[in-house]
Write a protein that binds this ligand. Structure first.
Ligand code: ARG
Length: 463
């Protein structure tokens, strides 16, 4: 069994169950590359301020790089009796390079070490997530561009409300995920602060140069208070909150895709490669990918609640409770990366069934508001116009006809200011074209919105 790095004051071995219960190595090995990156920077700083020699630094770096390669290759022997990723790596370093390995932990504690590791990990993951969001966004734009003229019913209360173009609907998704992108960019600023140098809780008596370490690790700032830096995980909670909002959005879209792929709607076909079949019903083609994304929102929301609860009763400074931050955080990151990959692949591959969309817009009196607006333009107060159109809709329902199929005489019986020009207003095209202002569904406006979105996306990729 490996020698524990802290057992000097102990008189008996750790209980076997307690050893397994308190260990985190099974899950915190994910942090290994960041732990090594942090250690190399810390050692370079120790050398710069004269605590270790350049010869010693060379040995430490070579040892850590060898360990890094072994971990990446999957051949590193993780030991549960060494508890966590930090002590596994430090102990392996001393095994390999001898006593010099024991100098690495000078001026450092696992408390500032783990806080630094998580921040390095999360920064890298946020960058990977942002990249996937941009890929998804550009897929949305491609599809939207092809469908600025494709008419579908816009719904409120899941009932036909007014005609819109499919590109406009897609751009609503674009906007939602764009705010998710901004939230993560903002969160990254608070993640990218270096706790290292806080040591256990109070700082260290060694003449460390924290700015130097921060520069080496690409941190924007160093933390201002050692107690705060080793203990708070608000940056992870903030990430988890942004992740939850993103998953809430993906879940909403998933719900729409599932509905639209159902023959009751029939608005879209999802290519076979994004669907699966049934083991018993040969005819089935199920939209499993959006269903699963919708379902996975649950674990991400749960992780947010877990992290908040882990943090809420902790007195300053570090407590072992914080070891529980890792699994929910890692699970959230993995879930986001997977769901975004699924969406980025699937969204541009959606096949809209234009005829079904348009047909659905022709049912449900989608242009009723246009008729009311027409009456207002001709001098009828809106409330009266609403009433007139309500009666005409009622007539349509009784006759089983859309508004545009009523005769001019039938309409004039409700309001004598209606003239033959009304029929242009009652078309789906007339309805969408009329909403011609920034943010509206007129194809001309949707084209502008797509162009502007493309522009902002292109500057983003260049950043
Ligand atoms: N595995 C621990 C964690 O994840 C590392 C820090 C342990 N510090 C301590 N004083 N026990 O939080």
């Amino acid at each position: 069994m490996a020698k524990k790095l802290w057992d000097g004051r102990f008189t008996e071995a750790t209980d076997a169950f307690v050893e397994a219960f308190t260990a985190s190595i099974e899950f915190d090995q994910v942090l290994a590359p960041y732990d090594i990156q942090g250690s190399i920077a810390h050692a370079s700083m120790l050398e710069k301020v004269g605590i270790i020699s350049s010869n010693e630094l060379g040995l430490i770096n070579a040892g850590l790089e060898e360990i890094d390669r072994e971990i990446a290759a999957g051949t590193f022997p993780w030991s549960i009796s060494l508890e966590d990723v930090h002590m596994n790596i430090e102990s392996a370093l001393t095994d390999r390079i001898g006593n010099v390995g024991k100098t690495l932990h000078t001026g450092r504690s696992r408390n500032d070490q783990v806080a630094t590791d998580i921040r390095l990990y999360l920064r890298a993951q946020i960058d990977a997530i942002l990249e996937k969001i941009v890929r998804l966004q550009s897929g949305i734009l491609d599809l939207a561009e092809a469908h600025t003229q494709t008419i579908m019913p816009g719904l409120t209360h899941l009932q036909v409300a007014q005609p819109i173009v499919f590109g406009h609907h897609l751009m609503a998704w674009f906007e939602m995920i764009d705010r998710d992108y901004q939230r993560l960019v903002d969160c990254r600023r608070r993640v990218n602060v270096m706790p290292l140098g806080s040591a256990a809780l109070a700082g260290t008596s060694f003449p460390i140069d924290r700015q130097h370490t921060a520069r080496l690790l690409g941190f924007d700032q160093i933390s201002a208070n050692s107690l705060d830096a080793v203990s708070d995980r608000d940056f992870a909670i903030e990430f988890s909150a942004a992740a939850s909002i993103l998953m809430m959005h993906l879940s909403r879209w998933s719900e729409e895709l599932v509905l639209w792929a159902s023959p009751r709607f029939g608005y879209i076909d999802l290519p076979d490669r994004f669907c699966t079949g049934s083991s018993i019903m040969p005819q089935k083609k199920n939209p499993d990918v959006p269903e699963l994304v919708r379902g996975k929102s649950g674990r991400v929301f749960g992780a947010l609640m877990t992290l908040l609860t882990i943090m809420k009763s902790q007195p300053l400074a570090y407590n072992k409770d914080n070891q529980e931050d890792k699994e929910p955080l890692f699970d959230t990151v993995n879930t986001l990366l997977n769901c975004l990959t699924a969406f980025a692949d699937m969204i541009p591959a959606i096949v809209p069934i234009k005829a079904e969309m348009e047909n659905a817009a022709l049912q449900g009196y989608a242009t009723a508001t246009d008729l009311a607006d027409y009456l207002v333009v001709k001098g009828t107060p809106f409330r009266d116009a609403h009433d007139v159109v309500g009666r005409l809709v009622n007539l349509g329902i009784r006759k089983g006809q859309d508004l545009a199929a009523l005769s001019l005489a039938e309409m004039q019986a409700e309001s004598d200011i209606i003239e033959a020009d009304v029929f242009a207003v009652l078309t789906l095209q007339g309805s969408v074209d009329a909403r011609n202002h920034p943010g509206g569904t007129a194809p001309a406006q949707v084209e502008i919105a797509i162009r502007e979105a493309r522009l902002s996306l292109s500057t983003r990729i260049m950043d």
